[in-house]
Design a protein around this ligand. Structure first.
Ligand code: SAM
Ligand code: SF4
Length: 379
């Protein structure tokens, strides 16, 4: 990816209900009105452009939280603010993370300029959806997919597997059903028990027992097999696309070491600016974010210049996630030292990585160990 890859992430932190497994920066929507936060995000977009220049964005991603709670005119306002602050490429990917229960708004989201829906179905199984604390059932997830497909836009689906009590056979059937829907992309996440969540408390009290490592590995293998057979190959550890054109262009910016700004409470950004790789983070609480924008004109809480080594290691960890792997020379130039050649030889002998002079990539067996392999190579 060229140096100029640039994208915009907008974090909308509100959800109708907080799911017991989720540790994103989320807050329960209390119907207090969206206008102050929208205005703060608009101002923050302009502040980022004043700081970093009017870069050309190839992607604009509304993530959350639940940005599909926003009406079409609110989304349109934010797209307009992004396009005034930055130049949006003619083929800019504009993704909305959408909860199934907001399907009635999809047509207005599309009319506002969204061109890709990422629908959080999470499961196609009513008991599992209940156990995940979701407000929708399977029928409404299927209705949401159809409503999104009817807009004629790109549709992706999120599912969570390795749920308590989930058998490999049941997951195979559920996944096959999902892959037969009118979608071009799926994100398949293994349930992670995040610290400080309601699920973590249930696990510690013995009230919830997620599958162990062996069972999770079996579910992962079945996932790869079913997706491969349905022509949804993995192009990243958790992401599968029907074609190259169906891949997430926004996430490619993260995986390939591009630049992005993050606006909205708690959003993160990475910008290469005046020869430095900057890590930016916005105020997490919506009220603090709004106050920061009012006081300083911008919502960022902290800005850290990464060392070359930190930037290189981050690029290694993110880049190993994708099928193409990483450009060794680019990473070594950033780190100012080479990757661990002895570890590379050993990992390659074990069949966990494949490499040539320019590129290191994970084999299917290596993908489940991505983070520890990145750590070995970085020593
Ligand atoms: C930030 S969430 C927002 C999506 C949207 N609000 C929803 O819930 O449908 C993005 C995705 O992360 C995944 N996710 C969140 N918490 C997770 C966890 N603890 N384990 C695995 N996947 C998780 C879910 O699949 C979810 O769709
Ligand atoms: S999973 Fe989605 S709906 Fe549930 S709390 Fe997290 S962001 Fe909100």
């Amino acid at each position: 990816m060229s140096e100029s890859a640039f994208g915009i992430y907008v974090h909308w932190p509100y959800c109708a209900r907080i799911c017991p497994y989720c540790d994103f920066n989320v807050y329960r929507a209390r119907g207090a009105g969206n206008a102050p936060l929208i205005a703060a995000i608009e101002a923050d977009l302009a502040a980022h452009a004043a700081r970093f220049g009017k870069r050309r964005a190839r992607s604009l991603f509304f993530g959350g939280g639940t940005p599909s709670l926003l009406r079409g005119d609110e989304i349109a306002r934010l797209i307009d603010a992004a396009s005034r602050a930055f130049a949006l490429a003619a083929d800019c990917e504009i993704t909305l993370e959408a909860n199934p229960e907001d399907a009635a708004l999809f047509a207005e989201h599309a009319a506002a300029g969204v061109n890709r829906f990422s629908i959080g179905a999470q499961a196609l199984d009513d008991a599992a959806l209940k156990a995940l604390g979701r407000r929708h059932d399977t029928a409404s997830a299927l209705r949401a997919v159809n409503a999104a497909a009817e807009t004629g836009l790109r549709v992706s689906l999120d599912l969570i597997y390795a749920r308590e009590g989930q058998s490999v056979e049941a997951w195979r059937e559920e996944l096959k059903r999902a892959l037969a829907l009118p979608i071009e992309h799926v994100s398949l996440y293994q349930l992670t028990i995040e610290p400080e969540t309601a699920f973590a408390r249930r696990v510690s009290r013995g009230q919830l027992t997620p599958p162990g490592m062996d069972a999770a590995a079996e579910l992962y293998e079945a996932t790869q097999e079913i997706c491969g057979a349905a022509d949804f190959p993995a192009y990243e550890i958790s992401n599968h696309a029907r074609s190259d054109a169906a891949r997430s262009r926004h996430n490619a910016i993260y995986w390939q070491g591009g630049d992005w700004i993050g606006v909205g409470p708690g959003a993160h950004g990475r910008m290469t600016h005046e020869g430095q790789r900057l890590a930016l983070e916005a105020q997490r609480r919506p009220a603090d974010y709004i106050d920061a924008v009012a006081e300083n004109g911008a919502g960022w809480l902290s800005e850290t210049a990464l060392s070359g080594e930190e930037a290189g290691d981050e690029m290694l960890m993110m880049g190993l996630r994708i099928a193409e792997g990483v450009d060794v020379a680019r990473i070594e130039a950033l780190r100012g030292r080479s990757l661990n050649r002895a570890a590379l030889a050993w990992l390659s002998e074990q069949g966990l990585v494949a490499h040539d002079a320019n590129c290191v990539r994970l084999t299917p067996a290596g993908r489940v160990l991505a983070n520890s392999i990145a750590a070995e190579l970085a020593v």
